[in-house]
Design a binder for this molecule. Structure first.
Ligand SMILES: [Zn+2]
Length: 239
C-alpha cells in the first residue's frame, strides 16, 4: 500500500468518527437493561402491595366465617337453654336458668355486633384489594409496553452498530498497518479518543496549547502529527 500521509490522516479522522459513534451506541445500549430493571422494581412493589391487600382481605373473611360459626353455637345454646324451662321444678332453678339464658343471649349479641363491625371492615378491605388489582394490571400493561419499546430500541441500535462496523472495516482496510496499530493503541489508552481537532491552537483532547510552528504544520493537514502532551493525532478544520 502506498503511504500518502494526508490521505491516511483523512482515514484516521473518518475512523475516529465511526469509533466515537460505536462508543456512543454501546453506551446507549448499556443503560437499556437497567431501565427495564428499574421498571420491574416498580411493578414488583405494586405486586407486593396487592398481595398484602389480598392477605388482609382473606384473613378478615376467615375471621367472619369463624364468628358465624360461633354465632350458630351461641344460638343453639340459647335454644337449648330455653328448651329446659319446662323441666324446671323450683323458683331457684328457674332464676338460675334465666340468668344462664341472659348470659348466652348476651354472648350471641356480642358476636353479632362483632360480625357487623367486621363486615364494614371487609367492605373497606375489598375496595382496597380491588384498587390494588387495578393498579397492578395497569403497571403490568405499562411495563410490558415499555419493555417491548426498549427491546426494539436495543435491536435497532444493534443493527446500526453492525452497519457502522462494516463501514469502519472498509476504512480500516485502506489504512497503513503501522498507522492503524498506533491508532488502536491510542484508542485504548485515551478512552476512545485518538484523533482530535485543533481549535484556537488548543488540542481538543487534552486542552493543552499547541506551539505556533506545529500549529502551522497542522493547518496543512499534510502529516500525521501528534499532540506533545497527550499523543493524540491532531487535525485542523477550517471554520
Ligand atoms: Zn493533547
Amino acid at each position: 500500500m502506498e503511504f500518502i500521509p494526508n490521505e491516511q490522516l483523512r482515514f484516521l479522522v473518518q475512523i475516529q468518527e465511526k469509533d466515537s459513534r460505536i462508543l456512543e451506541i454501546a453506551e446507549k445500549q448499556k443503560i437499556l437493561p437497567d431501565i427495564i430493571a428499574s421498571l420491574r422494581v416498580i411493578l414488583e412493589r405494586e405486586e407486593v402491595n396487592l398481595s398484602e391487600a389480598v392477605t388482609d382481605h382473606d384473613n378478615a373473611s376467615k375471621e367472619r366465617r369463624d364468628l358465624e360459626g360461633r354465632l350458630k353455637d351461641a344460638e343453639e345454646k340459647v335454644r337449648k337453654l330455653k328448651g329446659r324451662i319446662s323441666e324446671i321444678k323450683t323458683n331457684k332453678e328457674y332464676q338460675a336458668l334465666l340468668k344462664e339464658i341472659e348470659l348466652a343471649g348476651q354472648e350471641k349479641s356480642d358476636i353479632e355486633e362483632k360480625i357487623l363491625i367486621l363486615m364494614e371492615k371487609i367492605d373497606v378491605l375489598n375496595a382496597v384489594r380491588t384498587d390494588k388489582e387495578r393498579i397492578v394490571a395497569e403497571e403490568e400493561r405499562k411495563f410490558k409496553e415499555e419493555k417491548e419499546k426498549i427491546e426494539k430500541e436495543f435491536q435497532q441500535l444493534s443493527e446500526r452498530l453492525k452497519e457502522i462496523e462494516s463501514q469502519k472495516s472498509v476504512i480500516v482496510s485502506q489504512i497503513d498497518s503501522k498507522v492503524i496499530s498506533e491508532y488502536n493503541r491510542l484508542i485504548s489508552a485515551r478512552r476512545g479518543l485518538a484523533v482530535v481537532l485543533v481549535k484556537n491552537e488548543f488540542c481538543q483532547g487534552c486542552h493543552m496549547r499547541i506551539p505556533p510552528q506545529i500549529s502551522t504544520e497542522i493547518r496543512k493537514n499534510d502529516n500525521i502529527i501528534h499532540c506533545l502532551s497527550c499523543q493524540r493525532v491532531l487535525y485542523w478544520k477550517p471554520d
